[in-house]
Write a protein that binds this ligand. Structure first.
Ligand SMILES: C[S@@+](CC[C@H](N)C(=O)[O-])C[C@H]1O[C@@H](n2cnc3c(N)ncnc32)[C@H](O)[C@@H]1O
Length: 312
């Protein structure tokens, strides 16, 4: 409880200039930051959309205007409302560095995300979910608490021009401490999407051991229901602290996270199925854990990719 009363300020908000807003986010002042991202194909289609009536831009003489190189380079801006400096219990009201890396991974994987569903855990203000919605069929952004979910919804609404036609980005509550119970309360269709989503994503959800354990319990539940070939991406920022436990500088939360991942790696389970007629034919599913080589991810956003950022 004492820890919850400590304050935290994301580096993202130290390094970016935020615009103060008139409104407030319950207990905090509201700010707005724009995040520029570049997707070559999207730059073309958005600039067409902005400039033309019939999809083809013409000048006053009726001649076609060719797409200009400048447009391809300029980038699009997602505008996110957030708080600056919050209590630990409200850190979801800020944008965290690893979510920018997660956004870049999603942009990098954009071809594979087409027509897929994504469920995000600990979405916070919704930046990665919105980027996912540019490519995927459905993104369910989940978090704990009405305050954060409302802000996430507002950000989705404010950036809906970026979402793929026909795609949906919505918010739902998933508290890692009671996942399955919550899922059971959802509408049937949303529950089906959550259970069947091929991609599970999360950014900056590792900062406390108990929370990490609860997070992994949720992940395990989601990975073992519905379809068998699911992919989970977790973007993390390793935080180095001096700890009294170790009397040394270390990344305690990250070390614990790695232990949880190691326990998952290689784990095999038998998938329940009504069609199975012989025990030997029961479908076995295995977990594989890998670290993504972030040098392989192209740069799509403007921020410093520090060596403390990791994706598994
Ligand atoms: C550091 S923030 C990261 C937010 C966002 N993913 C980002 O990177 O900008 C951690 C997120 O985990 C969420 N969270 C913490 N405890 C949770 C719980 N028990 N169940 C669900 N989400 C939780 C917080 O509300 C917050 O949105």
């Amino acid at each position: 409880m004492e820890r919850e009363l400590q304050e935290a300020l994301s580096n993202v908000h130290i390094l970016n200039i935020a615009k103060k807003q008139e409104q407030n986010l319950k207990d905090y002042e509201a700010f707005e930051t724009t995040f520029e991202f570049v997707i070559p194909e999207l730059q073309i289609s958005l600039s067409n959309k902005d400039q033309s009536v019939d999809g083809v831009k013409r000048d006053s003489d009726g001649d076609f205007i060719l797409k200009r190189e400048r447009k391809l380079k300029r980038g699009n801006e997602i505008s996110i409302t957030h708080a600056q400096c919050t209590l630990i219990k409200d850190v979801g009201l800020q944008v965290w560095h690893s979510s920018l890396l997660l956004c870049e991974l999603l942009i990098d994987q954009r071809q594979k995300l087409k027509n897929e569903d994504i469920i995000e855990l600990g979405s916070g203000v919704g930046l990665a979910g919105i980027i996912g919605g540019i490519f995927a069929k459905t993104v369910i952004c989940t978090d704990k608490g009405e305050n954060i979910l409302k802000l996430c919804e507002k950000n989705i609404e404010n950036n809906k021009k970026f979402l793929k036609e026909g795609s949906t980005v919505l918010t739902k509550e998933i508290n890692w401490e009671e996942t399955l119970l919550e899922l059971l309360k959802w509408d049937t269709e949303e529950r089906r999407i959550a259970e069947e989503a091929k991609y599970i994503i999360a950014a900056d959800v590792v900062y406390n051991e108990d929370l990490t354990n609860a997070f992994f319990r949720t992940v395990f539940q989601l990975l073992t229901i519905g379809r068998w070939n699911k992919i989970l991406y977790i973007a993390i920022e390793k935080r180095i602290n001096f700890t009294l436990n170790n009397l040394a500088v270390c990344c305690e939360a990250y070390e614990h996270f790695k232990t949880c991942l190691e326990e998952l790696d290689g784990y095999e389970f038998i998938k329940e199925s009504n069609d199975v007629i012989h025990d030997n034919l029961l479908p076995r599913v295995k977990f594989n854990v890998n670290q993504v080589d972030i040098k392989e991810i192209e740069v799509y956003m403007d921020y410093e990719r520090s060596r403390f950022l990791v994706i598994c």
